[in-house]
Design a protein around this ligand. Structure first.
Ligand code: SF4
Ligand code: SF4
Length: 320
């Protein structure tokens, strides 16, 4: 099995942590207000676009690449053909189930403006820190009364380390708590200097302990990731909560979950979030023209859940 591939010629991906300098912009897919997930209370989630990993199961495929993409939702399409007329390169074929030839598409986004049903959408645009700060501050009273705040998600937010530093410093000054969800593949020195002083919670993905399995399914080994996780435990008093994405047949093997439980135990950690598999990502991926190397369409079954609960029986697993 290899990582997800896209056939068309693509722009160069940024190196993580170097994409944005102070005052620069960040590519963001969505700012979701009124969320009750990914941290306490009422939250605004900011989905940054771009990630150094290529997990074959990525549940937010629209955030993988740090450039805008054209997303097609077949359920909304009424087959009017207006997009075919608007597409100068001739990349759209109504008879093709995939609809868009991604090798021909130049991502000019002109078809979006003519689509009457919203079946074509742009995934990702550049935001300034002023724009994101203003959007987050709209719900400031809700954060105060619910002990909520903002969660930086993605993609991998640390791709935009300097942008994030500027934004989170402003939020801290405004009294808005900030959490980050991270895959852990970042430069620890930069993270400690630019982000850690402004964060209130870190949600840290642990996918595999075995570096070869990590490389096979995410495109990168986990040496830096596990080292960063241990360093955080030593360097900060804010909660650093490990999160394990449960991907049937990939991360949910007994061997992998037992090795994760043992790793957490060795590091004195008794709380872990277990993230249930949600197959809806496969549709989103197909609509972006990404090729799938893993496409399980079912949720997890009872047997799988019982086995997972047993492995983590000595941990606080919250709602799982
Ligand atoms: S983004 Fe441009 S090139 Fe691509 S399908 Fe739409 S109109 Fe055609
Ligand atoms: S313009 Fe929109 S609704 Fe009409 S065929 Fe194209 S994608 Fe479908």
């Amino acid at each position: 099995m290899t990582t997800t591939k896209i056939r068309q010629k693509l722009p160069k991906e940024p190196q993580q942590g170097t994409h944005a300098m102070p005052g620069a912009q960040a590519m963001i897919v969505d700012l979701k207000r009124n969320s009750l997930d990914d941290g306490p209370g009422i939250r605004t989630l900011v989905f940054f676009k771009g990630c150094p990993l290529r997990c074959v199961w990525c549940h937010n495929p629209e955030t993988k690449h740090a450039y805008p993409e054209l997303a097609f939702d077949a359920k909304l399409c009424i087959s009017c053909g207006d997009c075919v007329q608007a597409c100068k390169p001739g990349a759209i074929d109504l008879d093709d189930p995939k609809r868009i030839n991604r090798q021909t598409c130049t991502r000019c986004m002109e078809c979006i403006d003519v689509c009457p049903s919203g079946a074509l959408k742009r995934a990702g645009r550049l935001y300034t820190t002023d724009e994101v700060f203003a959007e987050i501050m709209k719900d400031e009273p809700f954060y105060r009364y619910s002990s909520g705040g903002v969660t930086f998600s993605g993609g991998e937010p640390t791709v935009y380390m300097h942008f994030l530093s500027e934004l989170s410093a402003r939020l801290k000054a405004a009294g808005v708590p900030a959490a980050i969800e991270t895959c852990g593949l970042y430069n620890h020195g930069l993270f400690e200097k630019l982000l850690l002083p402004y964060l209130d919670m870190i949600l840290f993905d642990i996918k595999f302990i075995d570096p070869f399995m990590h490389k096979k399914y995410t495109g990168s080994t986990n040496t830096v990731i596990l080292r960063n996780f241990v360093k955080l435990q030593e360097k900060t008093d804010i909660p650093v909560i490990p999160r394990v994405p449960l991907i049937p047949g990939i991360t949910t093997t007994e061997e992998n979950l037992v090795s994760i439980a043992n790793f957490l135990d060795r590091n004195g950690i008794k709380k872990v979030e277990l993230l249930s598999y949600n197959p809806l990502w496969t549709e989103k991926s197909a609509g972006l023209g990404h090729e799938l190397d893993y496409d399980r369409k079912k949720f997890m079954d009872k047997g799988e859940i019982v086995m997972i609960k047993q492995i983590f029986k000595d941990f606080d697993t919250g709602k799982f």
